[in-house]
Design a protein around this ligand. Structure first.
Ligand code: ZN
Length: 283
């Protein structure tokens, strides 16, 4: 028994890097290369989409069996269905994460660096959730960053098991993207789809590409958590996202600088407030 406990503690100590002194940035190349061998490759189709999942709303994965609900009622149907967000959006105050992306090219090394920067930023800006780097699978639910053919993940834990996959391609190195996908993993939708967005944004529907229209549908079932609309959130699209001709598909009040929307490099104070209010509502 004693040997088993000692072994478990040893394995735990090499799997979890919680202290700043053990930052994955210090050993980026070896850490990510090691972790690649410890986590099974996700099963994906020829487009990089996990088997059994469908990509909707630009960067969100949902189980294929939920696709008919989504196509009929949008996310509101899923939010209200038993299959969606069954249980707490994240089970504990510790969010373990790993990356299986090899740092064997400058581009991929940069991608890993952006992941670690985002997680460090999350840890520095709030004390509600702790994001802890791991190098091997653990029994607790954890995020695994994988090399994909785009940037996409699920909203909250909609799949069984302890692993929540986030897919990033070499094109996902813009600083805000890892944080954006982590916010999805924590259960948050795109800011411009909030139930109250029509008070803050005017949508130019005729300028949106046909296959993007669902990305601007209002999600009346999503909660704002009582927080103000945040034009500069990492979860807000840029004014020209999905435009047919480059003209803005969203118009904003005069006090808002559209140039800064969808361009923020890191989580805003309101983004952080979303995490705290959802996971630490009592403070
Ligand atoms: Zn997104």
């Amino acid at each position: 028994m004693k040997i088993a406990v000692t072994l478990a503690l040893f394995l735990c100590s090499i799997a979890v890097h919680a202290s700043p002194s053990a930052s994955p940035l210090d050993s980026e190349f070896s850490a990510s290369d090691d972790s690649k061998s410890n986590f099974p490759e996700p099963e994906v189709d020829e487009n990089g989409i996990p088997i059994g999942m469908a990509l909707v709303d630009g960067d969100i994965l949902i189980p294929k069996e939920q696709l008919p609900i989504y196509e009929k009622e949008g996310f509101d149907g899923l939010v209200n269905s038993e299959a969606w967000l069954n249980g707490p959006a994240w089970p504990s105050k510790t969010v373990y994460y790993a990356t299986t992306i090899p740092s064997n090219t400058p581009q991929l090394a940069d991608l890993n660096r952006k992941i670690f920067d985002s997680m460090n930023d999350l840890n520095q800006k709030q004390n509600c959730l702790k994001f802890v780097y791991i190098t091997a699978p653990i029994p607790q639910r954890h995020i695994v960053f994988n090399l994909g053919q785009g940037c996409y993940t699920m909203i909250g834990p909609v799949t069984p098991g302890n692993r929540h996959d986030i897919f990033l391609s070499p094109g996902c190195t813009f600083e805000r993207i890892p944080a954006h996908e982590v916010m999805h993993a924590l259960g948050r939708f795109h800011e411009q789809t909030r139930p109250d967005r029509d008070y803050y944004v005017q949508i130019n529907w005729h300028l949106i590409k046909q296959d993007c229209i669902s990305q601007y549908m209002r999600q009346d079932g999503a909660s704002t958590l009582g927080l103000p609309y945040d034009y500069y959130s990492v979860m807000h699209y840029s004014p020209t996202s999905c435009s047919i001709n480059g003209a803005p598909v969203m118009q904003f009040p005069p006090h808002v600088n559209p140039y800064n929307i969808g361009r923020g490099l890191s989580l805003t104070n309101t983004d952080i407030a979303h995490i705290v209010r959802r996971y630490c509502p009592s403070g």
